[in-house]
Design a protein around this ligand. Sequence first.
Ligand code: HAM
Length: 422
Amino acid sequence: MPLYTAVKGMNDILPPVSLRWSRMEEDLRLLAARLNYQEIRTPVVESLELFQRGLGETSDVVQKEMYVFEDKNGNKLALKPEGTAGVVRAFIEHSIGIEKPGPHKLFYIGPNFRYEKPQKGRYRQFHQFGLEIFGDPTPEMDAELIYAASLILDHFKVKGEIRVNSIGCPACRPAYRETLVNYFRPKAEELCGDCRRRIDINPLRLIDCKADSPRTRWNDIPVITDHLCPQCASDFDRLKKALEIFHVPFVVDPFIVRGLDYYVKTAFEITADTGGTQNAIAGGGRYDNLVAETGGDATPATGFAIGLERLLSVVPQDFYGAQPLAMGFALYDGGIPALLHLTKHLSHHPVRYMAEYTPRKFKNALQKANKLGARHIFIFGEDEVKNAQVLYKDLATGDQQLFGQHETMTIVSMLMEKEIEK
Ligand code: HAM
């Protein structure tokens, strides 16, 4: 047993999986740039109050899952459990919405922390890629955002189901809330302890209960889509029409309520077969009141975040093939200067290469390369050095070839062509 191990629910990301992570992050950044989102990086720590206010006092995240601590000055702080509240704080603090007209499109990638019960796909430190749009009130912009999410799925060849809903607004939600309370109150005895408490404090969350799903037990639970005010109902229709124009496949799921309190109108989730119980890979929606509730000028906003652990678990294994390794060897001391030159030249090209500077016999070099899973080897023996050449061997096909020592570009093109063929 090692003396120290990683904190429960927090994972090391080791090679070769770390390579999949960094390539996935690069792809997400490129996709975001193509759609004109600019990166925002906010601190991992924010004031506790920001999350209490923004995410809602009654949300599970605020009630049970935050890492909270005091600094030496007695300030109450928290590790961020999600990205939106910090982005909203920064949006207000730096007057982003005042300096230029919207829409302002921002993206982020980074760690979040929730003290949840760890299991496959649910961690205490996890990572999100998120998109947030400030300054546009239209359901068409929600549709564009959901389209962006669908482009991410397509890019990574992930089969996901996009489920959309409207959760109403302060005009129509209170009446729906009341309808739910009236429906569930007589059934209180049949509900789990958490849900019995939710009847009064947050009845909407009740229909989403993970422990004891009421929606599989009763088939006449009132749905919000039957209780939307005319404005919310018309916005929801516009959302669906715009999604159709984008050719985004979606289903309407009137039971999506989301776990955070800031949402109004559009709410959506994306599920995929992750092989575990945590199959919600992304979620988001409109949060038109959060900027004002956080102390800024009223600014409509919409966004979503995708969990990177969950995304990577559904990206096909062969999506990122490992780049084949090339190795350089000298068969005697006299081959080392030429080997050093090869190392120097190849370091300027996108070739995965490493050298070994202790001279070995040819057979021995082959064995070492095989053990390390290398595909290509470059050998400097006495004949090669005499003729200013290098012997190349492709360990996958057995082909051998001599190159001039100055033919670096020819060598690089050959390696890259072989990679494309593969
Ligand atoms: P969320 O649904 O709480 O939304 O989280 C978004 C995604 O983060 C989830 O779908 C899941 O993939 C991932 N996730 C959440 N908790 C965990 C965990 N404990 N372990 C692993 N992955 C997890 C939000 O966080 C909102 N801020 C999204 C948003 C952005 N809404 C508007 N803008």
